[in-house]
Design a protein. Structure first.
Length: 316
């Protein structure tokens, strides 16, 4: 199979059929063998009924329905696990991503041998204050922190070699950082393509300003995981050594000063240096404990399901 199109969605009943027809037309005109995987992330409208209708009309349409809303990352994880195409395309269901971009994205993966190609919505139709400016700041921070030179980490339109999606673990809210996850997994040939952005035709956005706050927090998480995820003791142990040595240094200073230079002076416990020594020693010990616990958890972690599937369509 040439292409798997993975589409996570939440309450997009108005756009699903139109998006399907558009994608199917592109695939047929380019003679691609394809599958379209809709992942219904707990919709409360008629999205799943529309997906069921399409699956009866077109055997290439497959569906996964979550028991409730688990988030976009979990939806992508489920879609990646089921995808069978040599190239996997992800896009949003709101018609803001243009399916006409698919053939060129496919060629960049197959012919130009990219591992991953991310869309760049250079010209946007979103609000400048509520989306464009925060998005630019977010993308700048993501580039500086991750070392992945992309202009638009948040763009839902991306293309992947199948080996990428089968070897990365998208969880939490890490869908924003799939290129970073791919880089950390060893897929270094990451490209970018300017894609057409279209104004939302139906409904309203499912993401508010809080996604940028969450995005920056996730950025800190992925920075930590990429640098210390396999060796947490290297971070916590180093911090523990620094804090512990500060505490020991102040303790030695207080002891020498009391025994040699000021034996009749005020008590050690009446001096502020005593409390600095006490606090830093305790904090240093806690950092060591955190590092040990991190190493123990890392060596004993087990796979667990992060979402529950209620129903599937057309999967064999």
């Amino acid at each position: 199979m040439n292409i798997s199109v993975v589409i996570p969605l939440l309450n997009e009943q108005e756009s699903i059929i139109e998006l399907h027809d558009w994608i199917a037309n592109v695939m047929q005109s380019n003679r691609f063998s394809y599958e379209i995987i809709f992942i219904d992330d707990g919709s409360t409208d008629h999205s799943w009924q529309n997906i069921m209708q399409l699956s009866h009309q077109n055997d290439n349409v497959k569906g996964i329905k979550f028991l409730k809303n688990f988030g976009k990352s979990q939806a992508l994880h489920a879609g990646f696990a089921k995808a069978e195409g040599d190239v996997v395309i992800t896009m949003d269901a709101d018609l803001q991503d243009n399916p006409e971009e698919i053939p060129e994205l496919y060629n960049m993966i197959v012919i130009e041998k990219y591992d991953l190609v991310s869309g760049w919505k250079k010209k946007r139709y979103d609000s400048v204050i509520s989306k464009n400016l925060p998005s630019k700041l977010f993308n700048w921070a993501a580039r500086k922190t991750s070392g992945v030179e992309l202009h638009d980490f948040n763009c839902g339109l991306k293309a992947y070699n199948k080996n990428v999606v089968k070897n990365i673990d998208v969880n939490g809210e890490m869908h924003r950082y799939i290129p970073v996850l791919a880089k950390n997994a060893g897929f270094l040939n990451i490209g970018e393509k300017v894609v057409q952005h279209q104004a939302r035709k139906y409904g309203v956005t499912k993401f508010g300003m809080e996604r940028f706050v969450n995005g920056f927090l996730d950025l800190l998480t992925i920075w930590f995981i990429s640098r210390f995820g396999r060796r947490p003791m290297h971070l916590f142990g180093a911090l523990g050594v620094i804090m512990f040595m500060i505490g020991v240094g102040f303790s030695i200073y207080l002891g020498i000063d009391k025994l040699i230079f000021n034996p009749t002076g005020r008590l050690i416990t009446q001096r502020p240096q005593f409390y600095i020594a006490l606090v830093t020693t305790i904090i240093g010990t806690q950092f060591f404990v955190a590092g040990f616990l991190g190493e123990i958890i890392l060596r004993n972690k087990r796979e667990h399901h992060r979402y529950l599937v209620k129903q599937e369509l057309n999967f064999t």
